[in-house]
Design a protein around this ligand. Structure first.
Ligand code: SF4
Length: 212
């Protein structure tokens, strides 16, 4: 019988230790919850490579909700203009206002409170809980869905997949596991050309060699 921790989680974490994108600036373990929230908003529908160049200047200038609210929205918009998604400036400004008005300037721990922030949906809220508050859950985007669906042969849009993803998240290492799934899906278990021949998960993968 397949042991998911032994066949999937541990090899994935081992792969990530050697090959993960540890240098991405929002993955610095010393990042504040607010800095993580800003990163997650900027990363929505945008590649990590695009956000990497814009993130540090934004965080250096606006490290807190107070700094965001004190700034002109146009100034923030100009800083993230290279991402081509000016809407993010509005999300960041309105979220900062709400943090100050409802949460004493702190990023809330509760999922429902995070969903109340402007521009924060289920995936972003889960990512913040994982990376800022060490919650042992998973955030399922297109890449994570593809990887889990292929490995365990579960339908990609099923509730079972979301439940399985949460159950896989290892205690105390939820953030690392999330990063591992994202990086592995982007580098190895890719959408069009999965590298099954050299994949560390191949032995137990239910789709090895015939992933679509
Ligand atoms: S064996 Fe292929 S389909 Fe399975 S996880 Fe690895 S790359 Fe993905």
């Amino acid at each position: 019988m397949l042991n998911p921790q032994r066949s999937f989680v541990r090899p994935l974490l081992a792969w990530h230790e050697a090959n993960g994108r540890h240098q991405l600036p929002w993955r610095d373990p010393d990042r504040s919850a607010f800095e993580i929230l800003v990163a997650e908003i900027l990363l929505q529908r945008t590649t990590a490579a695009s956000v990497a160049g814009a993130y540090l200047p934004v965080i250096a200038r606006y490290p807190s909700p107070e700094a965001v609210v004190a700034a002109h929205p146009e100034a923030i918009e100009r800083r993230i203009a290279p991402l081509g998604l000016a809407k993010r400036a509005e999300f960041i400004c309105r979220s900062a206002e709400r943090l100050l008005a409802r949460h004493s300037g702190d990023v809330p721990h509760r999922y429902e409170d995070l969903l109340g922030l402007h521009g924060v949906g289920a995936y972003t809220a889960r990512s913040v809980l994982i990376h800022a508050f060490d919650e042992d859950i998973a955030a399922v985007d297109t890449n994570v869905r593809r990887l889990i669906s292929r490995f365990f042969d579960v339908p990609p849009d099923s509730r079972a997949l979301a439940r399985l993803a949460d159950a896989l998240a290892p205690s105390q290492r939820g953030s690392e596991f999330q990063h591992a799934m994202l990086d592995f899906a982007a580098d190895v278990c890719t959408a069009s050309t999965p590298k099954c021949e050299t994949c560390r998960l191949m032995e137990h993968c239910q789709s090895s060699g015939h992933a679509d």
